[in-house]
Design a protein around this ligand. Structure first.
Ligand code: G3P
Ligand code: CA
Length: 312
C-alpha cells in the first residue's frame, strides 16, 4: 500500500500532514474493512437488479442500490474512442437497438441507442415505460451517481476485444478514489487481465472468475474454460494458492446444464487457502439456500431482493 510518512516537518505544515496522514489511515482501514467484509456473506447484484429492469441500466442500479446490496456488479468494456461503458455482451443486438461489436462504436453512437425497450419486449409483465430509451452507461456516470455510497464489482469483459481496458479502469478508479476507500473489486475470467491490473495497482482486490463445464473430448471431465485451474475434482491446495497469490477470491459457476460442477469441499478448500468464494448466477431461492448452507461468501444474482430476504 502506498502511504507516505513525513518526519520533522515545519510546524506550518504539520496540520496539513496530519490531515494527509489521517486520510491515509482512513483509506487503510476502509480497504482493510472491505477485505474483512469479504469473509462475510456478500449480496452481489448481477448487472444491477437485472431481473426487474434492463441489465446494467441506471434503473437496475438504482433499484439494487436502494435495496442495500453489498456490490453492484457490472461488465466493463471500451468504446472505439476509449471511454469505458457498462455492457455485458460483445455485440449490441441482444440488449439494445444497435448492431455490431460494442467496441467498434464511439460513445456518442452508443449513447444514441435504446438499451431498455428490449427488456419490455422480453418481459411484458415487468414492462415499464420508464425503461424505454435507457442509455448505455459510462463508468463515470455510475461513479458520479453512487460515488462512495456503493461498492462496485467490475469485470474486465473480453479484454482481448478491449485492449487498454485495464489501464483505463485503474486510471478512473484512482481518479474517483475508489481503491483505498474499499469501494471496488475487479473480476475477470482472463488471468492476464487481472495480473495487468495487479501490476498497475497492487492494492486493488481481485477476483478470478472460473467456469467449469464437461469436456466432450475428455470423457466429459470438467474443465475450466481458460485452464486457470484443473478440474474441481483434481484441484489441489497449490492450485488454489496459485490464485491466492494475486486474488482475494474466486467467482465460479455452480451448475452446468442443471448439474453441479462444484461441491461443498471445493468451497471449503478454496476458503482454507485464503480465497473467498462467490458463485454466479444464482436466481433460484432453493439454490441460494443450498449454497448459503455450504458457507459460500456471496452470490451473484439478478434478484438481490430474494437473496436479501433470505439472508436478513
Ligand atoms: O461476473 C460474474 C458473472 O457475471 C460472470 O458471468 O457472463 O454474467 O459476466 P457473466
Ligand atoms: Ca459479469
Amino acid at each position: 500500500m502506498k502511504y507516505h510518512v513525513t518526519l520533522a516537518l515545519p510546524l506550518s505544515l504539520f496540520a496539513g500532514a496530519l490531515i494527509v496522514s489521517q486520510t491515509a489511515q482512513a483509506g487503510t482501514s476502509a480497504l482493510s474493512q472491505q477485505l474483512k467484509d469479504l469473509e462475510s456473506f456478500q449480496v452481489i447484484a448481477h448487472r444491477g437488479a437485472s431481473g426487474h429492469a434492463p441489465e446494467s441500466s441506471m434503473a437496475a442500479l438504482e433499484l439494487a442500490h436502494g435495496w442495500g446490496v453489498d456490490y453492484l456488479e457490472l461488465d466493463i468494456q471500451m468504446t472505439a474512442d476509449g471511454e469505458l461503458v457498462a455492457f455485458h455482451d460483445d455485440t449490441l443486438e441482444r440488449t439494445s437497438n444497435g448492431e455490431g461489436h460494442i467496441n467498434d462504436h464511439t460513445l456518442a453512437e452508443l449513447k444514441a441507442l435504446d438499451a431498455g425497450s428490449w427488456f419490455n419486449e422480453e418481459n411484458p409483465e415487468l414492462a415499464d415505460e420508464a425503461f424505454e430509451g435507457a442509455q448505455i452507461l459510462t463508468l463515470e456516470e455510475v461513479f458520479d451517481r453512487f460515488g462512495q455510497d456503493a461498492r462496485y464489482y467490475l469485470e474486465t469483459k473480453s479484454p482481448e476485444l478491449n485492449p487498454g481496458v485495464e489501464e483505463g479502469l485503474v486510471r478512473r478508479l484512482e481518479a474517483f478514489d475508489m481503491i483505498e476507500t474499499g469501494r471496488v473489486l475487479i473480476q475477470s475470467f482472463d488471468q492476464e487481465s487481472l495480473l495487468k491490473i495487479h501490476e498497475l495497482n497492487a492494492d486493488i482486490p481481485l477476483i478470478q472468475l472460473v467456469w467449469y463445464s464437461p469436456d466432450a473430448e475428455n470423457d466429459g471431465r470438467l474443465t475450466e474454460w481458460t485452464g486457470v485451474t484443473p478440474s474441481p475434482d483434481e484441484i489441489t491446495d497449490a492450485d488454489f494458492q496459485a490464485v491466492a497469490d494475486y486474488a482475494v477470491g474466486l467467482g465460479t459457476n455452480y451448475l452446468f446444464d442443471d448439474e453441479p460442477v462444484i461441491g461443498e469441499a471445493f468451497v471449503q478448500q478454496a476458503q482454507d487457502n485464503g480465497l473467498a468464494v462467490h458463485v454466479y448466477t444464482v436466481n433460484d431461492i432453493d439454490e441460494m439456500q443450498h449454497l448459503i448452507g455450504w458457507g459460500v461468501n456471496g452470490l451473484f444474482t439478478d434478484y438481490a431482493d430474494r437473496l436479501i430476504e433470505l439472508t436478513e
